[in-house]
Design a protein around this ligand. Structure first.
Ligand code: ARG
Ligand code: ZN
Length: 844
C-alpha cells in the first residue's frame, strides 16, 4: 500500500502521558503501558487505532476494565469512551530474535532500541506517528548494571531504574539501553548556567576510544549556543555506542544511540576521515535536539524539515571547526557521487516526497544532502542576517510542535517579506536542474545568459523553473578580481545578466562556492580553465577548474584514446608546488572524478560507458600525473612530515592527506618500496591504511595484509577496514573473486550491517570490478541481498540502490542486471522495503 502526503489527517486523540514498564528478558520481554488519551478537539474523527507489529498482547484495559481489541498484523482497534480515558496494556516481545535491528533488539548481549521511523510499534501498541507527542516515564527492570532511557533519572534501585522525560516527544524518539557498559563521563555548563552530566557509554574494552567523541560533543553544545542561541534542556546527555546498527546514529531525546563506527575513535584504529565523520555525526545528532526533537515533523513526508536543516547545521559546524572551502568541496563531491545518481535515475524523488510504501527507503541523499543544499540556497538568497532572524522566529513560534515545510517557509516569508512560492519548488520537483551559460562580450560589457532545464523524472514529466542562486565573479586578464562575487537570481527559463564598464574581456567564474545543487553546462576553453585553476579567488571554483580539466582529459582519453592533457598536468603541478596553499586543499586538487561519475558523463552525452575503458583511462592519467610530478614528490613528502604528537585536527589531517596522495603517486613509480617503508613505520591508522592501499594497488602487500589481520583481529571496526580495503583495491578482474572469498572468511559476520557493507558496499563501489562483463558482480551482490532480506530488510533495501545506475550501460549488462533484479523481486516473502526499492529501480 502506498501512503500519500495529500491524505494527511490528524489523529483523533491526544496523549497526555505515557508510562512504560519493561521487564527485560532475552526472548520474553514484557512491556506494560499506561497511556492517558483524550479526544483531539482539532478533529471529529474518533477512530481509535493503535499501531502494533510483532507483539503478543497479554492484556488490554480501558479505565480499569479489561477489553478485547480486534487485532491485525498492523495494529488494533477497540471502542473507547468519548472522553479522557486510560489505556493499559501488557505485551510480550522477543528482542533476542530481532535481527532487523528495529524496535527493541540485542547487540552483543546489550539491549538497545531504534524507533525512527516506525519502530516503536514493535515495542508496544501506540499511535506511532510523529504528530502525537507526549511526556514519557519509563521504568526498566533488569539484572544489568546500566539501565538507560530518555530524559532525567528519576529513581534507581537494585535491578531497576526509572527515567522521566519532561519534554513531550513523538514515539520515534523513545530509546532504551540496558547492558554491561562503562561510562566515559564529563560535564558541560550551558550558557544559562545549567550543569549537564555527559556520558559516553561503551562496552568494556572500548574505553580508550571515547575521548574524541566527548570533545566533539562539548564543542557541538558550545557551537549551538554561540551560533544559534540553542541551549541543552535536560540534566543529563547520554550517548551509547552499539555494534549492530542499521544507520550512522539516532537522536533519541537525551539518549543518542550510535553505530560504534560513528563514535569510537583512537589514532591507532581510526583514520582522519573517520575522525572528521565522527565529529560531524556527533554534532548532527546533538543539533537534532532543537531541529528534530523540540521542533519535530508532522508526518514522515516532512523528514527533510529536520534532516535537511540538521545536515546544514552540521556542515556549518564542520566549516567552523575545520576549513570551510575544504568542507564545501567534500560536500560537492559527495552530492555528485551519491545524490545526483539518485536524482537522475529511477529512484528520483523530491526533497519532500509525496508518496511512499516504506518510509525507511526515504532516508536518502536527496532528503538529507539535497535538503541541506536547499537551506543553503535559501540562506544565500535572503542573506545571513535574515536567516538568523528567520531561525529565531522558527524556534520561537514552533517550539513543542510537529511542523511542515510550509511552516518553515512561512518564517522566512514573515521575516523577509519575500514571496517564496517559486522557491518552494525545490521541495516538490525532483531531478537535478541543468544550468547552461553563454557569454557575449561587446564594448566593455559582458552579458551572461543563463538558462535552466530539468529532465523528466519518474512521476514528473514537466518541470517549472526554479529559483537558482548563481554566485558569479569576474577575473581580469592578469588574474585579479574585477568583479567580486555577486549572487545572480535565476528565476526564469532563460535570463541575461550584464556586467558593464569592463576594461578588458574578463574570465567568468560561475557557480562559485557551489551556490546551487545543479549541473553547470558551461564549456570554457581549456585555456580558460587553466587560467581559473591558476587564479580564481574562489577556492571552490579554483578546485572545480582543475576537476573539469581532469574530466575533460579523461573523457577524451576514453573516447578517442587521447593522451593526458598538458593544461591539466601543468596546472596541477603549479598548484601542488604552491606551499602557501593548505595541504588539505592541495590534496583535493589531486582527486579525480570517480569512475561512476565518468560513466554518468558519457551516458549523458549519448555514449555507452565501458567500465574497462574508464578504468584504463584513470590508471593512465594517474601514471602520467606521477611522472609529471616526479621531482616534486620528495618535497611533498618532507613538507607533510609531522613532528608533533598525533592530533586528528584539520591541520595534521590535511598534511597526512597530501602526504598520502603523494605516496600513492610515488608508489606508481617505485613499485611500492616507499609505501612498504611507510607501512612498517606507521603509528596511526591513517598512514597504515594509506600505505597498505598503495601496496595492494601495486599488486603487492600480501604480507602486510596478513600482518594487519594479526594485529587487528580483535578490533571489529578495524577489521571492517581490512575487509573493505581488499575489495576496493582489487584489480577489475579480481574484484568479484576477492569479495566472494571474503564472504567465506570466518570473520565475515554478515548479520552485522557494518561487516556486510564493508564487503558488499566495496564491491558495488569498485566500478570496473562490479560491472564485470559476465555479470558475476551483479550475481554475487544479488545472492547476498536475497540472503540478507529476511534477516534485515532495511540494510538490504538500502544496498539495492547499487543497481540504480543500470540503464547507463550496454544492452548485455542491462539484461544481466535486470535478470538479477527480477530474481530478487521473485524471492518468496520478500520484505516490503526491498520490494519497493527493486520495483522502483526496475521502473515497474
Ligand atoms: N534520524 C537519524 C539521523 O539522521 C537517522 C535515522 C534513520 N532511521 C531509519 N530507519 N532510516 O540522524
Ligand atoms: Zn539526522
Amino acid at each position: 500500500t502506498t501512503i500519500y502526503l495529500k491524505d494527511y489527517t490528524p489523529f483523533g486523540y491526544l496523549v497526555d502521558s505515557v508510562h512504560l514498564t519493561f521487564d527485560l528478558a532475552d526472548h520474553a520481554t514484557r512491556v506494560t503501558s499506561r497511556i492517558a488519551f483524550r479526544p483531539n478537539p482539532e478533529t471529529t474523527d474518533r477512530t481509535f487505532f493503535l499501531h502494533g507489529e510483532e507483539l503478543t498482547l497479554v492484556r488490554a484495559v480501558i479505565d480499569g476494565i479489561e477489553v478485547t481489541p480486534s487485532i491485525t498484523d498492523k495494529g488494533l482497534t477497540v471502542d473507547v469512551p468519548d472522553a479522557p480515558f486510560i489505556w493499559e496494556s501488557v505485551v510480550e516481545i522477543d528482542p533476542g530474535n530481532n535481527t532487523a535491528l528495529e524496535g527493541l533488539y540485542m547487540s552483543n548481549g546489550m539491549y538497545c532500541t531504534q524507533c525512527e521511523a516506525e519502530g516503536f510499534r514493535k515495542i508496544t501498541y501506540y499511535p506511532d506517528r510523529p504528530d502525537v507527542m507526549s511526556t514519557f516515564t519509563v521504568r526498566i527492570n533488569g539484572n544489568l548494571p546500566v539501565l538507560l532511557s530518555n530524559g532525567n533519572p528519576s529513581g534507581k534501585g537494585d535491578g531497576w531504574a526509572e527515567w522521566t522525560d519532561p519534554w513531550p516527544k513523538p514515539a520515534y524518539l523513545f530509546a532504551l539501553v540496558a547492558g554491561d557498559l562503562i561510562a566515559h563521563p564529563d560535564r558541560f555548563t550551558t550558557m544559562s548556567g545549567r550543569e549537564v552530566e555527559l556520558n559516553l557509554w561503551v562496552r568494556p574494552g572500548d574505553e580508550g576510544k571515547c575521548a574524541f567523541g566527548m570533545e566533539a560533543l562539548k564543542k557541538s553544545m558550545k557551537w549551538d549556543e554561540d551560533v544559534y542561541g540553542r541551549e541543552y534542556d535536560l540534566d543529563v546527555f547520554n550517548i551509547v555506542a552499539v555494534d549492530d546498527f542499521n544507520m550512522g546514529a539516532m537522536e533519541n531525546k537525551g539518549l543518542n544511540i550510535f553505530n560504534s563506527s560513528a563514535v569510537l575513535a583512537s589514532p591507532e584504529t581510526s583514520t582522519d576521515v573517520n575522525f572528521e565523520r565522527i565529529e560531524a555525526i556527533i554534532a548532527h545528532e546533538y543539533f537534532h535536539n532543537w531541529t528534530g526533537n523540540r521542533i519535530t515533523c508532522r508526518d514522515w513526508f516532512q523528514l527533510c524539515l529536520k534532516e535537511g536543516l540538521t545536515v546544514f547545521r552540521d556542515a556549518q559546524f564542520t566549516s567552523d571547526m575545520r576549513s570551510a572551502p575544504v568542507k564545501r568541496i567534500h560536500d560537492a563531491i559527495d552530492l555528485r557521487a551519491r545524490q545526483f545518481p539518485e536524482d537522475n535515475g529511477p529512484l528520483s524523488h523530491p526533497v519532500r516526497p509525496e508518496s511512499f510504501q516504506e518510509i525507511n527507503n526515504f532516508y536518502t541523499a536527496t532528503v538529507y544532502e539535497k535538503g541541506a543544499e536547499v537551506i543553503g540556497m535559501l540562506k544565500r538568497l535572503v542573506g545571513d542576517e535574515a536567516y538568523s532572524k528567520a531561525l529565531d522566529l522558527y524556534f520561537d513560534r514552533h517550539d513543542g510542535q510537529a511542523c511542515t515545510i510550509e511552516d518553515w517557509i512561512k518564517v522566512f516569508e514573515d521575516t523577509t517579506d519575500r514571496d517564496l512560492s517559486q522557491f518552494k519548488r525545490w521541495y516538490s520537483q525532483s531531478g537535478t536542474p541543468r544550468v547552461s551559460v553563454t557569454e557575449d562580450w561587446t564594448d566593455g560589457t559582458l552579458t551572461l545568459t543563463l538558462s535552466q532545464r530539468s529532465e523528466p523524472t519518474p512521476g514528473q514529466s514537466r518541470k517549472l523553473p526554479h529559483v537558482i542562486p548563481v554566485a558569479v565573479g569576474l577575473l581580469g586578464p592578469n588574474g585579479d578580481e574585477v568583479h567580486a562575487t555577486q549572487v545572480l537570481e535565476l528565476t526564469e527559463a532563460e535570463q541575461s545578466f550584464q556586467f558593464t564598464g569592463l576594461a578588458a574581456k574578463p574570465v567568468a567564474s560561475i557557480l562559485r562556492d557551489f551556490s546551487a545543487p545543479v549541473i553547470l553546462e558551461h564549456d570554457p576553453s581549456n585555456t580558460e580553465r587553466a587560467f581559473l585553476l591558476a587564479h580564481d579567488t574562489d577556492p571552490f571554483n579554483r578546485w572545480q577548474a582543475g576537476r573539469s580539466l581532469a574530466q575533460d582529459t579523461l573523457l577524451r582519453m576514453i573516447r578517442q584514446d587521447a593522451t593526458p592533457d598538458a593544461d591539466y598536468l601543468d596546472g596541477i603541478l603549479a598548484v601542488l608546488r604552491d606551499g602557501d596553499l593548505d595541504p588539505a586543499y592541495r590534496a583535493l586538487m589531486l582527486g579525480l572524478p570517480t569512475h561512476s561519475e565518468l560513466a554518468a558523463e558519457l551516458f549523458d552525452a549519448g555514449d555507452t560507458p565501458d567500465p574497462m575503458a574508464i578504468w584504463t583511462a584513470v590508471e593512465t592519467l594517474r601514471q602520467a600525473t606521477a611522472q609529471h610530478l616526479q621531482d616534486l614528490l620528495p618535497r611533498l613528502h618532507s613538507e607533510t612530515l609531522i613532528d608533533t604528537p598525533f592530533s586528528p585536527n584539520a591541520e595534521q589531517a590535511g598534511k597526512r592527506s597530501l602526504g598520502g596522495a603523494a605516496l600513492s603517486l610515488t608508489s606508481r613509480l617505485d613499485g611500492g618500496s616507499k609505501a612498504a617503508e611507510e607501512y612498517a613505520a606507521a603509528d596511526n591508522m591513517t598512514l597504515q591504511l594509506t600505505a597498505l592501499s598503495c601496496l595492494l594497488r601495486t599488486g603487492k602487500g600480501q604480507d602486510e595484509l596478513s600482518a594487519f589481520y594479526d594485529q587487528w583481529q580483535h578490533d571489529r571496526l578495524v577489521m571492517d577496514k581490512w575487509f573493505g580495503l581488499q575489495v576496493s583495491m582489487a584489480a577489475p578482474a579480481a574484484t568479484v573473486d576477492t569479495a566472494r572469498a571474503l564472504t567465506e572468511h570466518t570473520d565475515f559476520n554478515w548479520k552485522n550491517p557494518n561487516r556486510f557493507r564493508a564487503v558488499m558496499g566495496a564491491l558495488a563501489m569498485n566500478h570496473a570490478g562490479f560491472h564485470r562483463a559476465d555479470g558475476a558482480g551483479y550475481a554475487l551482490l544479488a545472492d547476498w541481498l536475497i540472503r540478507l532480506d529476511p534477516v534485515n530488510p532495511q540494510t538490504t533495501a538500502r544496498m539495492c540502490s547499487a543497481f540504480q545506475i543500470w540503464k547507463r550501460y550496454d544492452a548485455d549488462r542491462q539484461d544481466l542486471i535486470r535478470a538479477q533484479l527480477n530474481r530478487i523481486l521473485e524471492t518468496p516473502n520478500l520484505s516490503r522495503d526491498t520490494t519497493e526499492m527493486v520495483s522502483r529501480i526496475l521502473g515497474a
